[in-house]
Write a protein that binds this ligand. Structure first.
Ligand code: ADP
Ligand code: MG
Length: 233
């Protein structure tokens, strides 16, 4: 049997930060794979290296050592422009603070990345409305972020991430700014999107949130913990 190639394959990743005379090892020989259709939570306490790892997975930063194949592409061998193209094609980002433009409507926020891609007005409209529909907000298309609840704003941000139809959704503490009930609703939406075929990688420090994913990867002091170690925490 031929094993399916993972969509994310990270091997022996290390990242150091130099501060004054000190060197801090933010990621220490991190290896793991994510397969098509997975819903993975990466959990760890503050300072454990989650954001550093997210920046690597999201092709926003490069490590000191290690490799990364994203959907078969050797990410760290790519030049900036090619790297940006891979990032735009493969990954939809979702952030804790939503990162919506405050003066633009939900429609315009979701539309913006499609303008950069050079799609026509009609194509954009169709994709924006179908993305808003997927998150249950087609009736809020012309509202601005201040006219929406926190949970609705995060759903607009998810619609924006979906608009480019990326195979992976990469979410950094997507429920961190929400109360627990609204956070659970956002997690239900992510589960639904996962059922529809999106691969989801979610970064969190909250075990109750991580438990809603299908797989949990634990990180501590820049290292991925084996399952045996993980139960001791
Ligand atoms: P988390 O997201 O889990 O809180 P981070 O990845 O932000 O962890 O940080 C991991 C470690 O690396 C921490 O000790 C943090 O202080 C350090 N760190 C993160 N970013 C930088 C940076 N740009 N310069 C120096 N140190 C950093
Ligand atoms: Mg962080």
């Amino acid at each position: 049997m031929i094993e399916e190639q993972p969509i994310v394959e990270i091997k022996h990743l290390s990242k150091f930060y130099k501060m004054g005379g000190e060197t801090l090892k933010a990621l220490d020989d991190v290896s793991f794979s994510v397969h098509h259709g997975d819903f993975v939570a990466i959990i760890g306490p503050s300072g454990s290296g989650k954001s550093t790892l997210m920046n690597m997975i999201g092709c926003l930063d490069v490590p000191d050592t290690g490799d990364y194949h994203l959907d078969g592409k050797d990410v760290f061998s790519l030049k900036n422009k090619q790297l940006a193209d891979v990032r735009n094609q493969k990954i939809g980002f979702i952030f804790q603070s939503f990162n919506l433009l405050p003066k633009q409507t939900a429609f315009e926020n979701v539309e913006l990345p499609l303008i950069y891609r050079g799609l026509s007005g009609n194509e954009r409209k169709e994709i924006v409305m179908s993305s808003l529909k997927k998150v249950g907000l087609e009736d809020r298309a012309h509202h601005r972020p201040t006219e929406l609840s926190g949970g609705q704003q995060q759903r607009v941000a998810i619609a924006r991430a979906l608009a480019g139809n990326p195979p992976i959704l990469l979410a950094d503490e997507p429920t961190g700014a929400l109360d627990s009930k609204t956070g659970a609703e956002v997690m239900n939406l992510m589960k639904e999107l996962n059922k529809q075929g999106h691969t989801i990688i979610l970064i969190t420090h909250d075990l109750d949130i991580a438990k809603l994913a299908k797989q949990i990867i634990r990180i501590h002091d820049g290292r991925i913990l084996a399952e045996k170690e993980a139960v001791l925490l």
